[in-house]
Design a protein around this ligand. Structure first.
Ligand code: PBG
Length: 308
């Protein structure tokens, strides 16, 4: 009877698995603050992608961890940069069986760790960064990405990328927009996962967690600019924002269950203080109930394989 009247359902095809591909390693390296998640070399990335396709996941979202970094994040644009090689490898492996998404942001590639380039005063230069994002998205489309995902919270990033892709003939490469992305301490473990060099914070471009209306505004602006999917992030601390965005968005809404959400549950489960699988299911369900159509989660593969 309960399942007959259940309001929120989750399917593997609504889940996207974020993965890290790292240059210069020959076997997976576990991420200490994210037990069970790994930095992958190209071979293990291919195997992981084919497992994800097998499990019926909706997509895989690729983040790169390069060997060298500079002020402009040059290796993000290079055809032989680790992220672009990862995209190519995954597409060759899975074809169209899985939506291949690329993170379109410079923070993993800059030596200062910011999501954009800096001006002469050390401030993130929004408009100069847009030019690089556009080139980065083009490189990712060339490598075979079905979807690019600007996560740097620069104003105008969706429009700039859409224009660049269209002008190059990539009219069917979609944009997953990080729209309401809050300056959050929940990203801590991710920064370890990508060996981030960031000092300071991202409060000049990411949002104040105190603001809900602003989250809705950011999402609607991205829709205007051509976003195919809008995202709210983090997930569990932003359920009200997910709900508000879902009520007005004409396009699908995604939520990102981020590294800190993962780490908290894994740490508490490791001590035996909570029941791991039940908590995972409950959090995913809550995010769906709030209104997310899609969920990015580090548990995506595990969840799909467990519930198959
Ligand atoms: C930036 C980016 C971040 C995350 C996804 N993309 C980190 C940040 O903004 O500092 C965080 C994801 C997570 O915590 O799981 N490219």
């Amino acid at each position: 009877m309960r399942s007959l009247v259940r309001e929120s359902h989750i399917g593997p095809d609504q889940l996207i698995w974020p993965v890290f591909v790292r240059e210069g390693i020959s076997e997976p390296v576990e991420i200490p603050s994210m037990p069970g998640q790994y930095q992958l070399d190209l071979d293990s990335l291919r195997r992981s992608a084919s497992r994800a396709a097998e499990a019926g996941l909706g997509g895989i979202d690729l983040f790169g961890v390069p060997l060298s970094r500079d002020a402009y994040g040059s290796t993000a644009l290079a055809e032989d940069g680790i992220l672009n090689r990862g995209i190519e490898a995954v597409r060759a492996e899975v074809g169209d069986a899985l939506i291949v998404i690329a993170d379109t942001c410079l923070d993993e590639f800059t030596d200062h760790g910011h999501c954009g380039v800096l001006d002469e005063f050390g401030r993130v230069d929004n408009d100069e960064t847009l030019k690089l994002y556009t080139r980065m998205a083009l490189a990712q489309a060339h490598a075979g990405a079905h979807m690019v995902s600007p996560s740097g919270m620069m104003d105008g990033q969706v429009a700039a990328i859409r224009d660049g892709l269209d002008a190059a003939g990539f009219t069917d490469v979609a944009i997953l927009a990080y729209s309401a992305k809050y300056a959050s301490a929940f990203y801590g473990p991710f920064r370890e996962a990508v060996d981030s060099t960031l000092r300071g914070d991202r409060r000049t471009y990411q949002q104040d967690p105190a603001n809900r209306r602003e989250g809705v505004r950011e999402a609607l602006l991205d829709v205007e600019e051509g976003a195919d999917i809008v995202m709210v992030k983090p997930a569990l601390s932003s359920l009200d924002v997910i709900s508000a965005v879902a009520q007005v968005s004409p396009v699908p809404v995604a939520a990102y269950q981020v590294s800190g959400e993962y780490a908290m549950v894994e740490a508490a489960a490791a001590t035996g203080w909570i029941t791991r699988e039940a908590i995972i299911d409950e959090t995913l369900t809550a995010i769906r109930r709030a209104g997310a159509d899609l969920i990015l989660s580090y548990w995506a593969l595990e969840w799909a394989e467990r519930t198959r």
